[in-house]
Design a protein around this ligand. Structure first.
Ligand code: ADP
Length: 459
C-alpha cells in the first residue's frame, strides 16, 4: 500500500469502512430481527391464551360437554390449536378432555412458578415456545413452533453472508472508478506541469469552473507559473542587457590591446601585459556572447531560421578550422561521413553545435591524441559522434555536464573556458529535437553523440 496510487489507497480505506459498516449493520439487524420475531411469537401465544381465558369466563356456568364443544370450535379455528391445554390448580387436564398432543413435553405444573411464564421446549427435534398463563382457578398452557422464526433467521444470515461480500466488491469497484475519475484532473495537472520547463513557462494549466479544490490547485499553479515566468524574464533581461552592455567596453579593451601590441616600440613587460589583456578580453567576449545566446534562448527568441541543412559540409568546415589548432598539438582529426546528411535546422546554430563539440575535443585532448568525427545518415536519423582520446570527464560530473557553468577541475588540463559551451550545445540540440548525450571515462576519452530525427515531408 505504501507505493500504491492515491485512488487505490482511498479505495482501500473506503472498502474497510464499508466492510466495518456492513458487518455492524448486519449484526445489529440480526439481533433486532431475532428479538422482533421472538416478541411476535410471544404476542401471538399471549393472544391465544387471552382468547381461551375469555372462553373460560364466558362458559363458566355451562356444563362441561357444552364448554368442551365451544373449546374445540375455538381451538380448531386457531393455528396449532392442538397445542392448547387448560389445567386445574392441581395440574389435572380440564380442556380438552382427551389430550390432542399427548407426546408433547408439557411441563408439570409444579415445575413452573405460579405466574405468567415463557419457555422453550424440544418436540420431535424442533423447538417450540411454551406459554403458561394462570387464570384462576385454571392454568392455560399454549405452545407454538419456532421453526418459521428459525428458517427466517437462517435465510437472513445466508442473505447477509453473500450480500456483504457482494456489496463490498461493488463498493470497492465503484469507489475505485469514482476515485480515478475524481483524481483524473490531478493527473492532467501533473502531466502539464511536467511538460513545463524554463523554455515554455508561458504555458498555463486549463482551469475548469468547478469551484472546488482542483480549480484552486490549477489556479494556484498558474499564479506560481506567472510569478516564475516574470522572475525568469527579469533575470534573462538582466543577463541579456548586462552582456549586451558589456560587449562594447570589452571589444574596446580588446582593440586597444591589439593596437598597443602593433606598436613596435612597446617594451617586453608591457607586451606581456597587453597580451594578457588581449587573451582575457577575448575570453570575456566569448563569455558575454555565450551568456547573450543563452539569455536569448531562455527568452525564446533564438533567431533560429529552419531550413534544409547538409550536415557533413558543416562538419568538414569545422574540422578544417580545428585542424590548425590540432596540428599545433600533434593531434589527428579524422572525419568519416556516410555521404550527404540532410536535416532541417538552423544553419548557424548547427555550425555552433558542431564547433563546440569539436573545440572541446581538441581542447581536452592532450598532445598526440586523436579526434574522430563520425556522421552517419539513415533514412530516419542522422547521428553525429565526436570521439576523442582526451582526459575524459569525471563520473560524478557526467549527469551535470550540460548544466551552465559546470567545468571539471580546470587545473586538470589548464584549459580556459566559460563552462557554457555544452549548455548552448544542449539548447541547440533541444531546439532541433535532437538528443545530445555523452559517454566518457576519465583518462581514456569521451564520445559526444547527437541524434537528429529526419523529418520527412508528410511529418
Ligand atoms: P568549457 O569548455 O568552456 O569549459 P563546456 O560547457 O564546453 O565549457 O564544457 C564544460 C566542461 O566539460 C569542460 O570544462 C570540461 O571539463 C568538460 N568537457 C567538455 N568536453 C570535454 C571533452 N571532450 N573531454 C573532456 N572534458 C570535456
Amino acid at each position: 500500500m505504501k507505493n500504491a496510487s492515491l485512488s487505490l489507497r482511498l479505495t482501500g480505506w473506503f472498502s474497510a469502512i464499508f466492510l466495518g459498516g456492513f458487518v455492524l449493520f448486519g449484526v445489529v439487524m440480526w439481533f433486532d430481527l431475532a428479538y422482533s420475531l421472538r416478541q411476535g411469537r410471544d404476542r401471538t401465544l399471549t393472544r391465544r391464551a387471552a382468547r381461551i381465558g375469555e372462553l373460560l369466563d364466558a362458559t363458566s356456568g355451562d356444563p362441561d360437554s357444552a364448554r368442551e364443544v365451544r373449546f374445540d370450535q375455538l381451538t380448531d379455528a386457531i393455528p396449532e390449536g392442538h397445542l392448547i391445554e387448560v389445567l386445574d390448580a392441581g395440574g389435572k387436564l380440564v380442556l380438552p378432555r382427551d389430550q390432542k398432543a399427548p407426546d408433547f413435553p408439557w411441563p408439570k405444573l409444579t415445575e413452573l412458578p405460579p405466574r405468567d411464564q415463557f419457555g422453550d421446549v424440544d418436540y420431535n427435534g424442533r423447538v417450540f415456545r411454551l406459554y403458561r398463563r394462570p387464570r384462576h382457578p385454571y392454568v392455560i398452557l399454549v405452545a407454538g413452533q419456532l421453526e418459521d422464526n428459525r428458517n427466517m433467521m437462517a435465510r437472513f444470515t445466508a442473505g447477509l453472508t453473500w450480500a456483504v461480500p457482494a456489496m463490498l466488491v461493488l463498493c470497492a469497484v465503484a469507489g475505485y472508478l469514482l476515485n480515478r475519475r475524481a483524481l483524473q484532473p490531478v493527473d492532467q495537472i501533473t502531466a502539464t506541469l511536467c511538460s513545463i520547463s524554463i523554455g515554455n513557462l508561458s504555458q498555463r494549466l486549463p482551469v475548469a469552473n468547478t469551484h472546488d479544490e482542483l480549480q484552486r490547485l490549477a489556479e494556484t499553479c498558474n499564479d506560481m507559473l506567472a510569478r516564475l515566468e516574470d522572475a525568469v524574464e527579469r533575470i534573462n533581461r538582466f543577463t541579456a542587457d548586462a552582456s549586451h552592455e558589456l560587449r562594447s567596453p570589452v571589444a574596446l579593451i580588446r582593440t586597444v590591446a591589439e593596437y598597443a601590441l602593433r606598436n613596435p616600440k612597446v617594451d617586453t613587460d608591457s607586451k606581456e601585459a597587453f597580451e594578457e589583456i588581449l587573451a582575457e578580453s577575448v575570453e570575456t567576449s566569448q563569455l558575454l556572447e555565450d551568456l547573450l545566446t543563452l539569455a536569448r534562448a531562455d527568452a525564446g527568441y533564438g533567431n533560429n531560421v529552419f531550413e534544409p541543412v547538409e550536415l557533413s559540409q558543416l562538419v568538414e568546415e569545422a574540422a578544417a578550422r580545428q585542424r590548425a589548432l590540432a596540428e599545433a598539438k600533434q593531434q589527428s582529426v579524422t572525419v568519416r561521413t556516410s555521404g550527404p546528411a540532410w536535416i532541417t535546422g538552423d544553419r548557424s546554430s548547427l555550425r555552433r553545435l558542431v564547433w563546440i563539440l569539436l573545440d572541446n575535443a581538441v581542447k581536452y585532448t592532450p598532445a598526440n591524441g586523436s579526434i574522430v568525427v563520425n556522421l552517419m545518415a539513415t533514412n530516419s536519423e542522422v547521428v553525429l559522434t565526436v570521439r576523442d582520446s582526451g582526459i575524459g570527464i569525471p563520473e560524478e560530473l557526467l549527469p551535470r555536464i550540460f548544466d551552465r557553468f559546470v567545468r571539471a577541475d580546470p587545473s586538470r588540463g589548464e584549459v580556459n573556458g566559460t563552462g557554457l559551451g555544452l549548455a548552448i550545445a544542449k539548447w541547440i540540440a533541444g531546439a532541433h529535437r535532437a538528443r545530445l548525450s555523452v559517454q566518457s571515462r576519465e583518462h581514456e576519452g569521451s564520445v559526444f553523440r547527437v541524434e537528429f530525427a529526419v523529418l520527412h515531408d508528410a511529418e
